[in-house]
Design a protein around this ligand. Structure first.
Ligand SMILES: [Cu+2]
Length: 195
């Protein structure tokens, strides 16, 4: 293999990567604080869940993070880092606009964890029955193309293959908003959410 050929090969690879890896960026407005923006189910496509378990911590009498986003199929480790016992339950699991059954993981002391596999997309509103003021959210997305906005609502989803998608914006206090987005390189999508 001569150097010219190797260079052309490297160039072709670089060009093909840039042609197929785009992004979706924009702003979610109408709500305050963090929202989640994600690419909805892509017909005929599934994605392997990460081997590493995301950790949902209970620390300082708070769910940390307050808002966690995981790919469907992920197993979340619920850790208790506080000196007091905590419980984790969600009264229902909202999937496809419908409320399904919730789950109670039980109550456990500092340093221990319980695991739960989220095998369908949707939202679990986390509560602790020891501390009624504790609340958190786990958003389970159907694709790995998601982002949490910053406090001002700005977001960017990186490494989205070119294609036509439905993109969803979610916020804990608002109705979801979905819009079609064509990704060919860098795409823009803005959302306005309301209650
Ligand atoms: Cu608690």
């Amino acid at each position: 293999m001569n150097r010219t050929f190797a260079f052309c090969l490297a160039l072709a690879l670089a060009l093909s990567t840039s042609a197929f890896a785009g992004s979706i960026s924009g702003k979610v407005s109408g709500v305050s604080g963090e929202s989640v923006v994600y690419v909805d189910t892509i017909s005929g496509k599934t994605f392997p869940a990460p081997a590493q378990h995301p950790v949902a911590d209970q620390k300082g009498l708070l769910f940390q993070p307050h808002l966690m986003v995981v790919l469907v199929g992920s197993t979340v480790d619920f850790l208790n880092s506080d000196k007091v016992a905590h419980n984790v339950f969600w009264p229902s699991f909202t999937s496809g606009g419908k409320k399904g059954p919730g789950h109670n993981l039980g109550t456990w002391p500092q340093g221990e964890k319980r695991s739960f596999k989220f095998d369908q997309p949707g939202v679990a509103a986390l509560l602790c029955n020891v501390h009624p003021e504790m609340a958190g959210y786990i958003v389970v997305t159907p694709t790995p193309y998601f982002a949490v906005t910053d406090k001002s609502g700005e977001f960017k989803i990186e490494n989205v293959p070119d294609g036509q998608y439905n993109v969803v914006a979610w916020h804990e206090g608002a109705k979801n908003s979905t819009k079609p987005v064509a990704v060919s390189g860098d795409a823009k999508a803005d959302f306005i959410l309301s209650k």
